[in-house]
Design a protein around this ligand. Structure first.
Ligand code: Q46
Ligand code: ZN
Length: 301
């Protein structure tokens, strides 16, 4: 690991990752040893590695898999769910499965075809849906915190994109910990200081069976281009990515962001689900899925 000027053998590497994770959890005050943690798992290397590490560290960590019904030609959702179920079974861990088709009436690709949100790519509707379900399940099932497997490459790419466009509101909110607010669970990213190579190496060395394929809709995503750009920078200057993100976190407190950009304050509770909403009436999730169900019904009648 050139960025850390460190070389480790397999045995020590498999100890180093959990020890570092524990250090990050404490340093950023993510959660306490007795916390109930819900880990959002996609079947990919980062989220399964995170679940593995938290369990090895002795945390009470259950998984949440959201079945988006993205089956394209590679059976993405079916395969990723199988990896999550097998992972949980082998280790005797608790896994919640939320089937979007069953609960909301349509898969993500179908729903996105039926709404304006998804005319181009289903990612906007998919992101809205995942964020909503993860938040609601964390609160409803009584977990203290939601943990996601975002790594440094993910975080640096988002920061890079937000900086290029000076998205002040997003910049202010980006970080490894999002504190709980009324209607919003606490969210943490314990892997945010690991390079993607490091989480991949952990998953391989630990023998975690994960899905290699990306979601078919990830192809051509801007984030991939930003990751490649940052990788070129990293190749010339090892540690550049880590320093970019950590310097940002240090600078964030002293930057003068406009209060309007930073706080998208909640105006009301959604009439249907009671979750926080930025507008009166229905929240964005309920409004969108109501429209989807209406159109599914119209198409069938
Ligand atoms: S948002 Fe888009 Fe992802 Fe949803 S549709 Fe696939 S690529 S899974 S992170
Ligand atoms: Zn709602």
């Amino acid at each position: 690991m050139r960025q850390h000027k460190l070389s480790l053998c397999k045995a020590h590497y498999l100890e180093w990752v959990p020890a570092q994770t524990q250090r990050f959890i404490e340093e950023y005050d993510m959660f306490k040893p007795q916390a109930r943690v819900l880990v959002a798992v996609s079947g990919g290397k980062d989220s399964l590695a995170l679940w593995d590490v938290l369990s090895r560290l002795g945390y009470l960590a259950d998984g949440l898999y959201i079945d988006l019904g993205i089956d394209g030609n590679n059976g993405y959702s079916t395969t990723s769910q199988r990896h999550c179920v097998e992972f949980a079974d082998q280790r005797g861990l608790g896994l919640h499965i939320y089937d979007v088709r069953e609960h909301e009436g349509a898969s993500i690709p179908t729903a996105s075809r039926l709404t304006r949100r998804g005319r181009e790519k289903p990612c906007s509707l998919c992101g809205l849906t995942k964020r909503y379900i993860m938040n609601r399940m964390t609160l409803e099932k009584g977990y203290d915190v939601l943990a996601t497997g975002h790594n440094l490459d993910d975080e640096a790419a988002v920061l890079f994109s937000n900086t290029l466009q000076w998205q002040v509101g997003y910049l202010q909110r980006q970080g490894p910990v999002l504190e709980a607010r009324p209607g919003f669970a606490k969210k943490v990213k314990p892997f945010f200081r690991f390079y993607e190579r490091e989480t991949a190496a952990y998953a391989l060395l630990q023998g975690i069976d994960y899905i290699y394929d990306e979601c078919p809709h990830a192809l051509g995503a801007k984030s991939i281009y930003y990751k490649e750009t940052l990788n070129r920078l990293e190749a010339d200057r090892p540690g550049a990515k880590l320093s970019f993100f950590l310097s940002y976190l240090r600078a964030k407190d002293s930057l003068q962001f406009s209060p309007e950009g930073a706080q998208r304050d909640l105006l009301s509770a959604c009439d249907q689900c009671g979750q926080p909403s930025s507008a009166p009436g229905l929240c964005a999730f309920c409004r969108t899925w109501h429209q989807v169900r209406q159109r599914v019904h119209d198409a069938g009648s």
